[in-house]
Design a protein around this ligand. Structure first.
Ligand code: FES
Ligand SMILES: [Fe+2]
Length: 427
């Protein structure tokens, strides 16, 4: 349970809030590169942590992320034309470059000096792993580029999707580190989902619904170990790294690709759920890529032309009560991603955590909240913030059977902190 104040502290991400300040210290994934496919292509709205921004790729291929609204009289530059190294407001023709500088102000003679004084808010962007990232923090504190393992592999080894989730980022993130719900909510995936089937771990997941959690810190966040009964004398460990401030890496199943998420606030009531699959040492197969594109595993299908899932709150997530009654689907919703999202959205835009009753399997959630609050406070106090140094994101998930007396981090260290390109540690 959290007090209302603490809940607000964790969930509020606007500029000027403690958590908003912390999250702005990190590069944020904002768009798929394919959303800005070519120089001078149409701009894209980017609502992010309560700010309203617009992104564009200029004639020279440079990326701009600037205030959505024209400095003249507030027209949305989403209506603007992206032309000759700048975006031109269609109302009176003021034009801005990728730094937000007004470079043309046709309604007034340049000698007045107005044009050179006009500069919109702008943020730096980079492109890596088919994703455009932005940095919204203090200019002097820009961290090293993202170095999560999935950002370092070749495009052939990687699949990235995103979807709108209609709730606060924290309750989505909390689903990502809650290994205990998998046995209940996603039970059908063990048998049906082509990106899940064939793992010995599935059986352990199904048979032991009372996982024991152990949590250990590492430089980039927390290693959240969920222990279930495994083969004779062994425990089956699923180890999920939570990487500051919003990343998770999902433990693998058999030889399937690894999964991962980023939960990035749009505003306090919405977030982008980024879903990633990658394999550290082989290309994805055509069948895997097809399954991901078809909404299997942690991906979804969409309302055409949007990133809104086809199953969403407006259509009750296409709930199938018969499939629920038969026991095939725990909540009647198809697909791992929407099974999660439907329930997380059902908690309301911001879960009222003053009413929750946490139990032992919520240990990872408690530890993550504590780390986030500690880091937000450290940032406010001008102290070092965890997860920002080069190398802090060098970690991978693991699924492993270990003898009863083996510490999970020691037993899996070679898999958790493996070199790029090596075989995952998986069961
Ligand atoms: S509102 Fe944009 S140029 Fe006038
Ligand atoms: Fe889930």
């Amino acid at each position: 349970m959290l007090s209302a104040e603490r809940n607000q502290y964790l969930c509020g991400t606007d500029a000027g809030t403690p958590m908003g300040g912390l999250l702005r210290r990190f590069w944020a994934p904002i768009l798929l590169s394919s959303e800005l496919p070519a120089p001078d292509c149409p701009p894209v709205r980017v609502p992010l942590m309560g700010e309203t921004l617009v992104a564009f790729r200029d004639t020279d291929g440079r990326l701009g992320l600037i205030d959505e609204f024209c400095a003249h009289r507030g027209v949305s530059l989403w209506f603007g034309r992206n032309e000759e190294c700048g975006i031109r407001c269609p109302y009176h023709g003021w034009k801005y470059d990728v730094t937000g500088q007004c470079v043309d102000l046709p309604s007034e003679d340049d000698s007045t000096g107005t044009r050179s004084r006009i500069k919109l808010k702008s943020y730096p962007c980079i492109e890596k792993a088919g994703v455009i990232w932005a940095y919204l923090g203090p200019p002097g504190q820009r961290p090293p580029e993202p170095a999560l393992e999935w950002t370092e592999v070749s495009p052939d080894q990687l699949f990235v999707s995103k979807r709108l989730q209609e709730c606060n980022y924290l309750q989505a993130l909390e689903g990502g580190i809650d290994s205990s719900h998998v046995s209940w909510l996603h039970g059908n995936a063990f048998k049906e989902d082509p990106l899940f089937t064939g793992s010995r771990g599935n059986q352990y997941n199904e048979e032991d619904r009372m996982p024991i959690f152990e949590i250990e810190p590492f430089d980039g966040g927390l290693l959240i170990g969920a222990r279930r009964n495994g083969a004779e004398g062994h425990y089956y460990w699923r180890i999920t790294p939570w990487i500051m401030p919003w990343y998770t890496i999902i433990p693998p199943r058999a030889g399937h690709p690894l999964g991962g998420h980023a939960w990035v606030p749009i505003d306090d009531h919405h977030c982008w759920a980024w879903s990633i699959n990658y394999h550290p040492n082989r290309d994805l197969t055509e069948a895997e890529r097809e399954a991901m594109q078809g909404g299997k595993g942690i991906h979804v299908t969409y309302v055409p032309g949007t990133f809104i899932p086809a199953a969403n709150a407006r259509n009750d997530y296409l709930i199938d009560r018969e499939a629920q009654a038969s026991g095939r689907l725990a909540n009647g919703v198809e697909g791992i991603a929407m099974q999660d999202a439907s329930l997380q959205e059902s908690m309301g835009p911001i879960q009222d955590r003053t009413k929750e009753n946490l139990c032992l399997t919520d240990a990872g959630i408690v530890a993550t909240r504590r780390e986030l609050m500690r880091a937000a406070q450290a940032n406010l106090d001008g102290k070092p913030v965890k997860g920002l140094a080069a190398g802090d994101q060098h970690v991978r998930s693991a699924a492993v059977e270990l003898p009863h007396d083996t510490n999970f981090v020691e037993g899996a260290r070679h898999g958790l902190f493996a070199e790029l390109g090596t075989e995952p540690l998986t069961v």
